[in-house]
Design a binder for this molecule. Structure first.
Ligand SMILES: [Zn+2]
Length: 62
């Protein structure tokens, strides 16, 4: 079996993994109704709308 000549340094390994780390962050988009950051393909947590339609009634804390 072929073996690597040198052990990959922490720096080189982390440089490679930086890409993966960035991808694993949660994707965000903005709500067209209220402009709040939301996850794509999900009901907006702040106003309860999805695709320009009111889906949920969001309780407002006072
Ligand atoms: Zn919204």
């Amino acid at each position: 079996m072929a073996q690597p000549k040198r052990r990959t340094s922490k720096s080189k390994r982390r440089m490679r993994q930086a890409h993966t780390l960035q991808k694993s962050l949660t994707a965000t988009s903005t709500c067209p109704q209220c402009g709040a950051p939301t996850q794509p393909h999900r009901v907006c947590p702040s106003c309860g709308s999805y695709r320009g339609r009111q889906v949920l009634t969001v309780a407002v804390d006072e």
